[in-house]
Write a protein that binds this ligand. Structure first.
Ligand SMILES: Cc1cc2nc3c(=O)[nH]c(=O)nc-3n(C[C@H](O)[C@H](O)[C@H](O)COP(=O)(O)OP(=O)(O)OC[C@H]3O[C@@H](n4cnc5c(N)ncnc54)[C@H](O)[C@@H]3O)c2cc1C
Length: 343
C-alpha cells in the first residue's frame, strides 16, 4: 500500500493534520495502535480563546468564566465575560475529530501499531493477530505522542519531560481550581477540573524536579486537604514532552507531543498539537507556506520552558514567581490567557 501522507497517531494533532490534508484532496492515512480513538490520560481542559474555533461548543462538558487560583498565601477568583477554559471528554473529542477527518476523505487504521521505519516504508503490526504489513509514503507525520517512535527514528532525545497524574472520580462540581502549592508540587500544580458527572483531580510537575512516585504521594496528601480521598481510586499517569528540537525534517514532520511542543510550565498540549498538525499539513500542501504561526507558537513555548526551568532551579524564586503572577492575575495586570499556549 502507498499513501501520499501517512500520519502515526490519532491524537488531536494527527487528526487535525489529516483533516486538513484530506480537505485538499491529499491521500492521507492515519495509523493508530489503539482500537478506540481519544482514550488518553488527560484533565481535558481546553483553553477557550485558542480552541473555540476548532472544537464544537457542544463538546464542552462544562465551561468556566471563573477560575480559582489557590497559592500558599492567596485565594484568588478571576472572572471574565466569556469562559476561560472548558472541559472535554477526550474520547468524544477524538471521535468528533476522527469523523471530520474521515468525512474529508482521510483513512484511519485502528488497532495497528507502527513497529519500524525503513526509508520511505513503515512496518506495521495488527495488535490482535500480529499480522505484519508494509506501507510506503511520500510524507510522514509523527503525531505519536510523548514516546514518539518517529522522534527516536530521527535520533532526537527527550530530556525535558513533565509528569501528569490524573484521577477521574465521580462527582458533579462547579468550581475549576488551580493549586500552586510548592509543598506538594514544587514548581508544578494540582488541579480540580469538573467534567459532566466526573471530576479530574491531578497534578503536573517537570520530571527534573520530582519523581513520579513523589508527585503521586503529594497529590494524594494535597487532595485530602481539599476533602478528596484518592487512595482507592485509579491513578493514570503519562509523560508530557516539552523538549522541542524541531518539527520539519525533510519529508518527515513531528507535531504535538512528538515534537515536544506541550507547555513545560502547565502541561497544556492539546492546542499546540492541533496548531502544529494544521501547520504541518499546510507545509506539506505548500512547502513555501509561511512559518509565522509556528514561530508564534514556539515563542510561547520557549517562554513557558524558561519559566519552568527558572522556577525549577530555585524554590525561593518559584514561590515568589507564583505569588507575583497570582497577584497580577488578581488585580488584572496579567490576563489568564497569557498563561495559555494560545498565541
Ligand atoms: C495527566 C495529564 C493531563 C493533561 N491535561 C491536559 C489538559 O487539561 N489540557 C491540555 O491541553 N493538555 C493536557 N495534557 C497534555 C495532552 O494530553 C497532550 O499534550 C496531547 O494529547 C498531545 O496530543 P498529540 O496529538 O500530540 O498526542 P497524543 O494525544 O498523545 O496522541 C498520540 C497517539 O499516537 C498513538 N501512537 C503512539 N505510538 C504509536 C505507534 N507506534 N503506532 C501507532 N499509534 C501510535 C497513541 O496511541 C495516541 O493515540 C495532559 C496530559 C496528561 C498526562
Amino acid at each position: 500500500m502507498h499513501f501520499h501522507t501517512v500520519i502515526i497517531g490519532a491524537g488531536p494533532g494527527g487528526l487535525a493534520c489529516a483533516r486538513m490534508l484530506a480537505d485538499h484532496g491529499i491521500q492521507t492515512l492515519i495509523i493508530e495502535r489503539h482500537e478506540t480513538i481519544g482514550a488518553k490520560v488527560c484533565a481535558g481542559g481546553i483553553t477557550w480563546g485558542g480552541l473555540i474555533s476548532r472544537v464544537p461548543q457542544d463538546l464542552a462538558e462544562k465551561s468556566f468564566p471563573v477560575q480559582h487560583i489557590i497559592t500558599r498565601l492567596q485565594k484568588v477568583r478571576i472572572e471574565e465575560p466569556t469562559p476561560i477554559i472548558a472541559t472535554v471528554n477526550r474520547v468524544k473529542l477524538g471521535n468528533d475529530m476522527a469523523q471530520q477527518a474521515i468525512a474529508a476523505g482521510a483513512e484511519i487504521m485502528t488497532g495497528w501499531q507502527v513497529k519500524g521505519i525503513k526509508g520511505q516504508t513503515l512496518i506495521i503490526e495488527e495488535k490482535n493477530s500480529r499480522k505484519k504489513q508494509e506501507i510506503s509514503f511520500d510524507y510522514l507525520v509523527g503525531a505519536d505522542g510523548s514516546n514518539s517512535l518517529v522522534r527516536r527514528h530521527l535520533g532526537l532525545t527527550s530530556n525535558k519531560m513533565g509528569i501528569g497524574i490524573n484521577y477521574q472520580i465521580n462527582g458533579d462540581l462547579q468550581k475549576m481550581e488551580w493549586h500552586l502549592n510548592s509543598r506538594f508540587f514544587r514548581n508544578g500544580y494540582g488541579w480540580i477540573f469538573p467534567h459532566g458527572n466526573t471530576v479530574s483531580i491531578g497534578a503536573y510537575v517537570p520530571r527534573s524536579v520530582m519523581p513520579a512516585q513523589q508527585l503521586k504521594k503529594g497529590l494524594i496528601a494535597w487532595a485530602k486537604t481539599c476533602g478528596f480521598s484518592l487512595e482507592k481510586e485509579q491513578a493514570r499517569a503519562e509523560y508530557i514532552n516539552y523538549d522541542y528540537q524541531g518539527w520539519k525534517f525533510g519529508r518527515i514532520f513531528l507535531i504535538g507531543d512528538a515534537a515536544g511542543l506541550a507547555s513545560g510550565l502547565t502541561g497544556e498540549g492539546i492546542y499546540p498539537a492541533i496548531i502544529s498538525g494544521e501547520e504541518a499539513a499546510r507545509t506539506i500542501l505548500d512547502p513555501e507556506h509561511s512559518t509565522a504561526v509556528m514561530a508564534g507558537l514556539l515563542r510561547k513555548h520557549r517562554l513557558h520552558s524558561r519559566m519552568a526551568d527558572w522556577t525549577g532551579a530555585s524554590p525561593t524564586f518559584n514561590v515568589i514567581a507564583g505569588e507575583v503572577v497570582t497577584l497580577g492575575l488578581r488585580y488584572g495586570l496579567i490576563k489568564f490567557s497569557k498563561l495559555e499556549m494560545a498565541v
